[in-house]
Write a protein that binds this ligand. Sequence first.
Ligand code: HEM
Length: 355
Amino acid sequence: MAVLGGFAGGERVSPRREKGEAALLKITLPDGSEAWLVTEYEDVRAGLADPRLSLSKDNATSRYTGFKLPPALDRNLLNLDPPDHTRLRRLVGGAFTAHRVARMRDKVGAIADKLLGDVSGTVDLMAAYATPLPVITISDLLGAPADRIGDFRAWTDALITQGSRDAVANMYRFMLDLIAAKRADPGDDLISAMIAARDGDDRLSEDELLSLAFLILWAGYENSVHLIGNSILHTLTHGPTDIEELLRVANPNLHAIRRFPIDDIDIGGQTIPKGQTVLLDIQSANESAAKHLSFGAGIHYCVGAPLARLELEIALDRLFGTFPEVSLAVSPDALVWRDSIRSRGLLALPVTLTA
Ligand code: HEM
């Protein structure tokens, strides 16, 4: 049985399907629990949209642990099935509109220009650009005060890299205060829009607001950071390509998409018993097709996809527009990747900038 690893030297050390191998792999996760890794494009696509594959940990019989969040934060879209998911998604969809994202274009451009204005010579683009760009953008979108963005970043990093309980507690308090402030004095931001969101008589409760704000911050941060970092690297090593191809090859989600069957279910010719952990491997799916599933599929399709595309497009345009001669400062083999089963991302991206 294979043990699921992360990335080393840019190569996947995790199981992948070679010709003639099963489409499904039984693996052991770092927490010691077992899981089924689904690797074929069609199986992953079908799995993402299959209502028999639940997101709720209540349906898990495996020892899968995942992130441990306070109850209010744990009841977020990515842990819920219909009908709870349906009503929350409708309410957040009404606030997180295409119009709101389109209005972010100039702001994201200004954030990118500001960050690029502060760098020269040899620089780590993960620290100087790919990380701050999405976190400043998402904090701005949510309506967080500019002087708290540094705290935001530190907590999100501590949460993602160490699962820090203090970081969760700090973030929780911060979000509570922010929601209270927006209730008292609404602004032109996503939290104010979510507070105001109505679906008939329905509206978001305090806990729901909190978990949504938290999810948007968190989902919008890590994935975008690594999508941008991986895409810059791909462009430097392979030349420019279009955004959809970058989403396919530079996808930041590794094996993060987990589900629990509510009945015994057949995938790739194998019966998976009810309650066991199923991991839908977007990365393998993308590698086995000329298209991508990087934003998922079905009812959980990424709410932030338009913003993520916008951020990626602007990040690349501004970087290569400002520094047309930018080049890697180390050989690709020397780059260090995060050791994570969830996220495929670089720890640092040293480049030399020449205007
Ligand atoms: C720009 C910021 C982003 C925000 C605010 C955001 C937000 C979200 C939210 C709220 C969900 C849950 C939707 C639901 O369950 O109904 C979601 C799902 C998802 N997002 Fe994003 N996201 C962002 C960027 C990204 C990026 C860059 C990627 C990868 C390229 C990504 C990949 C996904 C995937 C695969 C899912 C589905 C997960 C599943 O089915 O279990 N997201 N996103």
